[in-house]
Design a protein around this ligand. Structure first.
Ligand SMILES: *Cc1c(COP(=O)(O)O)cnc(C)c1O
Length: 432
């Protein structure tokens, strides 16, 4: 299987696409075709790793990793990804819990797959690959955890001073010697521009062999299609219905993986993108005009994206807004609605959700009745509420118990190096 950039460059193999992250023409890699499946293509696939093996094998066709796909998948799917049925009278609904990984957010899955692949591609090279990650919270922790102590790999995490939660900051700063945690005196946008400038600096880039692990890397996307395949197959086999999915959406990586699974023939019904007050996608579907803008801060901070980069992939794969809006739903949920949903979730489900997940539960409660008719909904739970305890606990009036992995991460010693928001400061920090 070949991969091409959304802007035309290529072909490259999976290995090339994983190493490069972004294509040289500035576009994002997509497989040249998507394989096509039927429900019975997955007969005999019991575990999620079995499903992943059937689903992802064609993408490895030209890869040197082909002989070790099972090993890679075993490392990726090493924690449960359950669908929890909700006991809400008169409704058929469930939560797909993507937060049982080491840093308690769905990004653990993409990051582990990418780390498992890159360490096999790069582990024996003398000069380590340096993964640069600018993070507003969750991405950096997931990538650091996935690459922690791997031979031949180094990670530099850049995060904005004072703008991530205390627990998130700890998750960014408590890793082994191959993870450098950099507290940048600036905003998330500053972190991102330093990373872009460093990657564009040919000399610096060659000296450190820079690569990226944000959601533009196809290695983050592919494994995510697996949990949609697995959850939809289990639901379809049990009930004969194709479930609809409601997905908290920011940069559109998670939702795109679901759309790709549906394109590949998995039994998936309607897909709704739940966004926060960052209305770029919602406005695009309404006005048919793509108008990226600066992001605004909301309670669902990991979805504060004003220019979702995966839209370029979605338009290339499916079409422009006039086509897209017939195939996908989109909602925009305000902070007040998020707060109300967090309270309501706790009351009616009997457990807490996180502010991102709340955009999906709010959407579900307010779904158009014509669309809702006869559809079983699976809402995607993207993070554990204990990561956002300062928002959730006051609303529900209770302490949220920490999941064990998160507890052990928070018990580790943590430290970071402070840098100025310049490429020079990053270069200096990288010398140590
Ligand atoms: C990253 C993130 C999202 C948004 O996912 P995208 O792939 O960027 O759309 C939603 N919820 C949580 C908890 C996240 O960390």
């Amino acid at each position: 299987m070949n991969f091409f950039s959304t802007r035309g460059a290529g072909p490259v193999s999976l290995d090339g696409a994983l190493r490069q992250g972004i294509a040289e023409d500035g576009g994002l890699y997509l497989p040249e075709t998507l394989p096509s499946y039927e429900v019975n293509s997955f007969d005999g696939a019991e575990s999620i790793s079995d499903v992943a093996y059937v689903l992802l094998k064609p993408f490895f066709a030209r890869s040197i990793l082909k002989s070790d796909i099972k090993g890679i998948l075993k490392e990726t799917f090493c924690f449960p990804i359950p669908t929890r049925e909700l006991k809400v009278v008169g409704k058929n609904a469930a939560l797909l819990e993507l937060y049982h990984g080491p840093t308690a957010a769905f990004k653990d899955i993409g990051a582990s797959f990418l780390a498992a692949c890159l360490s096999r591609l790069e582990g024996n090279v003398d000069l380590p690959l340096t993964i640069l990650v600018a993070t507003s919270g969750d991405t950096g922790g997931a990538v650091a955890a996935a690459f922690d102590s791997r031979a031949g790999m180094r990670v530099a995490v850049l995060f904005p001073d004072g703008r991530v939660s205390a627990r998130q900051e700890h998750q960014l700063c408590c890793w082994g010697k191959n993870v450098l945690s950099l507290r940048v005196k600036g905003s998330f946008d500053d972190c991102q521009s330093i990373v872009k400038a460093a990657m564009a600096d040919k000399e610096l880039s060659a000296a450190h062999r820079f690569s990226s692990a944000n959601s533009i890397n196809i290695g983050r996307l592919l494994p995510q299609s697996t949990y949609y395949a697995d959850a939809s197959l289990r639901h379809y086999r049990r009930t004969g219905n194709k479930p609809g999915f409601i997905i908290p959406t920011g940069n559109l990586g998670n939702a795109l993986a679901c759309i790709m699974a549906r394109e590949m023939g998995l039994p998936i019904g309607p897909i709704i993108l739940a966004t926060n007050e960052n209305r770029t996608i919602a406005d695009y579907f309404e006005s048919l005009e793509w108008l990226p803008r600066k992001s605004i801060q909301t309670l669902a901070s990991a979805m504060d994206v004003g220019d979702p980069s995966n839209m370029e992939r979605l338009r290339c794969l499916i079409g422009e807004s006039d086509v897209l809006r017939n195939r996908l739903g989109v909602t925009s949920v305000s902070d007040d609605e998020i707060k109300a949903a967090l309270r309501q979730d706790f009351k009616s489900f009997g457990f807490a959700t996180c502010p991102h997940t709340a955009t999906a539960t709010h959407t579900w409660r307010n779904i158009d009745s014509a669309l809702a008719e006869g559809c079983d909904w699976i809402m995607v739970a993207t993070a554990h509420p204990a990561k956002f305890e300062t928002i959730v606990e006051p609303l529900i009036g209770e302490k949220i118990p920490l999941p064990p992995d998160l507890m052990s991460i928070l018990a580790r010693p943590a430290s970071a190096v402070s840098i100025e928001p310049t490429v020079d400061s990053l270069a200096t920090a990288l010398q140590y």
